[in-house]
Write a protein that binds this ligand. Structure first.
Ligand code: ATP
Ligand code: MG
Length: 429
């Protein structure tokens, strides 16, 4: 008699990469390794399994990751508490301390590979996912902080990605955080009635994280809470200005976000995230920042450090979207207009552009700027030509370069007189 065997499936939130898809992974990994090498970063490989206390200490006891997301178990033979790495930084720093590679010169290192978190699986959120993790150990910045960010801008450009925005904040130093923390706890105590259960539990152990809430009922409270940024002293501000000046030098656009705190405990001074609207709810492609206290916290001799991690699945999703758009553009130029007079001028200019050999779509019908831009973007066009009342008056169109990427502030938009439009677009599309 044959017994039927219950089919075994992969674990929830853990994905197979089949041969048809794996070429894309390998290609991306290759591109990433070459990009990292061009900035002097060298590969490092650390174990998937580490002592649980490494992450509890390194990431922080009162964080989402350590409180509820880690795959931990007690080894049956040794009774040791072990954890599948939920991120790379703690393990890389442990290895750097253990092998004493930190102190004769700074180390620019990276790791690629799987990390594990027990989260609710959904698009862009898995239980085994992959990170590109980059760390500059032994450097105090702000030059290196800015270099890391500029370096990421270059990767988006290499991969042809648009619509990734940079958010930036500074978390200052320990004494500044302590002063802010005291003010924040006092504020939270005054607002006890709007705090949810998690917030009440965390308000003394990790009050900063309370502000990172996604609970809509707490937004208003969070918006008006004392801001860490207002507690920064001259030195921290100078460090932050140093980062910003270098981003300006490189033409990297960013948004200051005083609410950006990141989910791990070890950050100080610079923190940043690259976010996009193209991935649904899971819009953070890359997060990073400075963690000058971690090396000492993990038992090493105090040394500064800064780094970031990119989510590879989210990056791949963006790359695939970019390829789809690039593979079959509907046109080269998309005309966006507001009001009927502008639409009629747009139609005339479009005819001139077509005379010069360009493929042009004029947005048909009336619609808001925002929805016209969405269409322009989805069309795969290289440029959007924008005609509003101001442009008609000035006899010049606004040209938005759709493939320049949001991180490149200089290249995004310019004003071009009607009589130079054909020439300008012809030479650049
Ligand atoms: P999120 O806010 O999306 O939960 P996070 O702050 O927990 O992100 P980090 O710990 O900074 O993320 O990890 C770095 C990057 O790894 C994220 O920016 C994201 O791209 C990716 N990432 C994080 N968690 C997951 C996951 N569960 N599945 C896939 N990618 C993830
Ligand atoms: Mg998370």
């Amino acid at each position: 008699m044959t017994q039927s065997f219950q089919k075994v499936r992969a674990l929830t939130g853990m994905k197979d990469v089949l041969p048809d898809a794996s070429a894309t992974w390998e290609q991306l990994e290759q591109t990433v390794r070459a990009w990292l090498a061009s900035y002097g970063y060298r590969n490092m490989r650390t174990p998937v399994l580490e002592h649980t206390r490494l992450f509890a200490r390194g990431i922080g006891e009162v964080t989402d990751i350590v409180e509820k997301e880690m795959y931990s178990f007690v080894d049956a033979l040794s009774d040791e508490h072990l954890t599948m790495r939920p991120e790379f930084t703690a393990g890389m720093v442990r290895a750097a301390i253990e092998h004493n590679i930190l102190y004769d010169r700074p180390q620019r290192v990276y790791a690629l590979g799987p990390v594990f978190r027990r989260e609710k699986p959904q698009r862009g959120r898995y239980r085994q996912f992959h990170q590109i993790d980059v760390e500059a150990l032994g450097l105090a910045g702000p030059d290196i902080d800015a270099e890391l960010i500029v370096m990421l801008g270059r990767l988006w450009k290499i991969l042809g990605l648009q619509d990734i925005r940079l958010e930036l904040n500074s978390l200052g130093q320990a004494p500044e955080r302590a002063a802010h923390r005291a003010a924040l706890v006092e504020y939270l105590e005054k607002n006890l009635d709007v705090l949810d259960e998690e917030a009440r539990r965390r308000m003394y152990s990790n009050p900063l994280r309370v502000l990172d809430t996604k609970n809509p009922a707490m937004q208003d409270m969070a918006d008006h809470a004392p801001r860490l940024f207002d507690f920064l002293g001259a030195e921290s501000l100078a460090h932050f200005d140093g980062v910003r000046a270098r981003l300006d030098d490189a033409g990297i656009a960013y948004r200051l976000n005083p609410r950006l705190v990141r989910g791990l405990d070890y950050y100080n001074l610079t923190v940043f995230e690259w976010v996009t609207d193209r991935l649904g709810a899971q819009g953070t492609v890359c997060g990073g920042g400075r963690y000058d206290g971690l090396i000492e916290l993990l038992g090493g001799k105090s040394a500064p450090a800064v780094g970031f991690a990119i989510g590879m699945e989210r990056l791949l999703d963006l790359c695939e979207q970019a390829q789809d758009a690039a593979a079959r553009p509907e046109c080269q130029v998309y005309m966006v207009h507001q009001s009927e007079p502008a639409q009629r001028v747009a139609a005339q200019l479009a005819e001139q552009l077509r005379d010069a050999g360009l493929d042009v779509i004029v947005h048909a019908g009336a619609a808001g700027f925002k929805s016209q831009f969405k269409r322009a973007d989805a069309s795969g066009a290289t440029a959007a030509v924008i005609l509003g009342a101001d442009e008609l008056q000035a006899g010049a169109a606004a040209v938005k370069w759709l493939r320049a990427g949001d991180f490149d502030a200089r290249a995004q938009q310019e004003t071009v007189a009607f009589d130079r439009l054909v020439e300008e677009l012809k030479s650049r599309v």
